[in-house]
Write a protein that binds this ligand. Structure first.
Ligand code: HEC
Ligand code: HEC
Ligand code: HEC
Ligand code: HEC
Ligand code: HEC
Length: 446
């Protein structure tokens, strides 16, 4: 008798905690209404770049500059991906008033992803939302709850190839001039990971939404199952006070660390040493860098010393120095560069007519004899004049070049305080060290 009463009491308490009412459309749009029953999903998402997409000061600055420089021709181009719900609700059309748009409508929200019912294209967010108020996910047997209806959808199931079509078309940006500025989805499609076989398939969600055993909802009757992380950490971090900043930054570092596998091969030549550096994209399911790679500052640092004195260096930045100011004929920089028709480098993607540059592609097939095989090793040889007894290799990434920020500050679009908050990450597993004892040959050995 006693036990039964306690059970009834706890069940009622849990129901009360979860508000116990059916969410109308307006309620479903607000992520805060998901928090009581999905506390982990909410917390992780709230620190993600999806939540930040319409608050990101660099986004706001660039959009503002773009609207001005194109006399408004940019229109809803940017908000279509950075504030899709606000656009759909008619709360903005060019993103210039985002400061006045209510918080729940900003960014890529829970309702946006979980209402997608169809995909009608490959870039610039062609996702179609359902208006049936059913929230879709990867759970085939969701426990009923009074707040919302649930439904299984292959678009939301990381084990299905289709699930990459939920993420991909927003992660593929074709500019109004028709230039493929961000190509993450295309790159994935060209990779091994898009092959629909159990041994090869790796969807966006498989790599970017790590699973753990837990409760999908804090709700009576739910059982432990695989739940998926919603941090969506990769490169960018919040630059203004924002939830989960510390956790998000640690997650970015953790994911960046093992991205590349690098090798250093040393041979003696007359008058010095030849150092061949081999970079390989080991963990990314698309190119590295990917996405907004024209704004990223990714570079290789190679330093050779003899008795502690530097005898050669490339890519060594002094504290606070901008990569673009480094005078270095040997500099190895990765990422796109954008150019206009006159061949001038431009830093705003509406002005670009073409891109050039080097990205490290993901493997296309497992077998080198396959006709689709493309060698995923990128090599460069550095000539060290004279002798060295220690050589180190490092790879660095700055999410958005401070030179880009300086231009936005200069044009009056960005608050100068943002500049010093831009981090630089070292891909820590990329560190390779050679010392004389290792002699000629490659390190690490494979
Ligand atoms: C009253 C509690 C409650 C609230 C509020 C609530 N949910 Fe749920 N939700 C649940 C329960 C219970 C499940 C089923 C979990 C299970 O079976 O493990 C669920 C499942 C889901 C699923 C998975 C569906 C599937 O089939 O895969 C999604 C997606 C979802 N909720 C999103 C949301 C979003 C977004 C909000 C806010 C707009 C929200 N939920 C608010 C209780 C709630
Ligand atoms: C409505 C369009 C849209 C959809 C759908 C979408 N994303 Fe995003 N995603 C964005 C935008 C916009 C950003 C960048 C926000 C910013 O940095 O200002 C982003 C950022 C990210 C980032 C962080 C990138 C960085 O530089 O740090 C990851 C990882 C990511 N998304 C993965 C996914 C995955 C996985 C899915 C599918 C489950 C997905 N996205 C679906 C628009 C979308
Ligand atoms: C960028 C798209 C995207 C956003 C934004 C997003 N989700 Fe999800 N969510 C997914 C995908 C994809 C899955 C399914 C993963 C799978 O099962 O393979 C998922 C799964 C879920 C599930 C089912 C349990 C699980 O972990 O698989 C719940 C509950 C959920 N999300 C709630 C939320 C809530 C609440 C928010 C906002 C606070 C949110 N999601 C924001 C894409 C998104
Ligand atoms: C095999 C695993 C894997 C798959 C599959 C994968 N990614 Fe990634 N992704 C990574 C890794 C590793 C990185 C680099 C580490 C980092 O940025 O923190 C990355 C980086 C990113 C970035 C940041 C890119 C940059 O350089 O600015 C975005 C955005 C992204 N992924 C989106 C996606 C989308 C969308 C898909 C599906 C079309 C996808 N990823 C598929 C592993 C994967
Ligand atoms: C098709 C969807 C889409 C459109 C359209 C789009 N973005 Fe993005 N944006 C993204 C995604 C996805 C990312 C994350 C890319 C990555 O991590 O590499 C992103 C990242 C960013 C970032 C952070 C990284 C960086 O490059 O500095 C800024 C700022 C940004 N976008 C500004 C804009 C502006 C301004 C526009 C309009 C001129 C725009 N975006 C249009 C999807 C889009």
């Amino acid at each position: 008798m006693k036990v039964q009463r306690a059970t009834v009491f706890f069940a009622l308490a849990a129901l009360a905690a979860c508000s116990g009412k059916t969410l109308e459309r307006a309620d479903l749009l607000d992520p805060a209404n998901c928090k009581d029953c999905h506390p982990d999903h909410y917390r992780e998402w709230s620190g993600s770049m999806h939540a930040y997409a319409a608050d990101d000061p660099v986004f706001l600055a660039l959009n503002q500059k773009g609207q001005r420089e194109t006399n408004g021709a940019l229109g809803d181009f940017c908000v279509k991906c950075h504030a899709p719900i606000a656009l759909e609700e008619g709360l903005t059309h060019d993103g210039l008033n985002l400061a006045d748009v209510p918080r729940p409508m900003k960014g890529v929200t829970c309702y946006f992803c979980h209402s997608v019912e169809a995909v009608e294209g490959e870039h610039n967010n062609p996702l179609v939302l359902s208006d049936d108020l059913v929230l879709r996910g990867g759970i085939e047997d969701p426990v009923d709850n009074e707040a919302h209806h649930s439904e299984y959808s292959a678009l939301h199931d990381r084990t299905q190839r289709d699930s990459s079509t939920l993420c991909g078309p927003c992660h593929d940006v074709v500019s109004p001039k028709g230039v493929a500025i961000e190509r993450t989805y295309q790159e994935w499609q060209a990779s091994l990971y898009s092959h629909d076989t159990p041994a090869e398939l790796q969807t966006c969600g498989r790599c970017h939404m790590a699973g753990r055993d837990g409760l999908a909802a804090d709700y009576p009757g739910v059982k432990v199952r695989r739940v998926q992380a919603h941090t969506f950490a990769a490169v960018d971090v919040a630059l203004t006070p924002w939830p989960e900043m510390e956790a998000q930054r640690n997650e970015v570092q953790r994911q960046l660390d093992p991205t590349l596998f690098n090798q250093l091969c040393v041979t003696r030549v007359t008058g010095g040493l030849d150092v061949e550096v081999d970079l390989e994209n080991f963990a990314a399911g698309h190119a590295f860098p990917s996405g907004a790679s024209a704004d990223r500052r990714v570079h290789v640092e190679l330093i050779a010393t003899l008795g502690g004195e530097v005898v050669f260096s490339s890519g060594a930045l002094a504290p606070g120095q901008r990569l673009v100011d480094l005078v270095d004929p040997n500099l190895w920089r990765l990422g796109d560069r954008l150019y206009d028709t006159q061949g001038q480098e431009v830093h705003t993607f509406w002005a670009a007519d073409r891109y050039e540059g080097q990205l490290l592609i993901a493997p296309t097939t497992i077998a080198p004899w396959d006709p689709d095989y493309v060698n995923p090793h990128y090599r460069r040889t550095y000539r060290i004049p004279g002798l060295a007894d220690r050589i180190t290799l490092r790879v660095f990434l700055q999410p958005i070049g401070v030179d880009i920020l300086d231009q936005l500050i200069q044009s009056g679009d960005l608050d100068p305080v943002i500049r010093d908050r831009m981090p630089t990450f070292e891909l820590r597993n990329s560190f390779v060290e050679w010392t004389t004892e290792l002699g000629e040959g490659c390190t690490p050995q494979t």
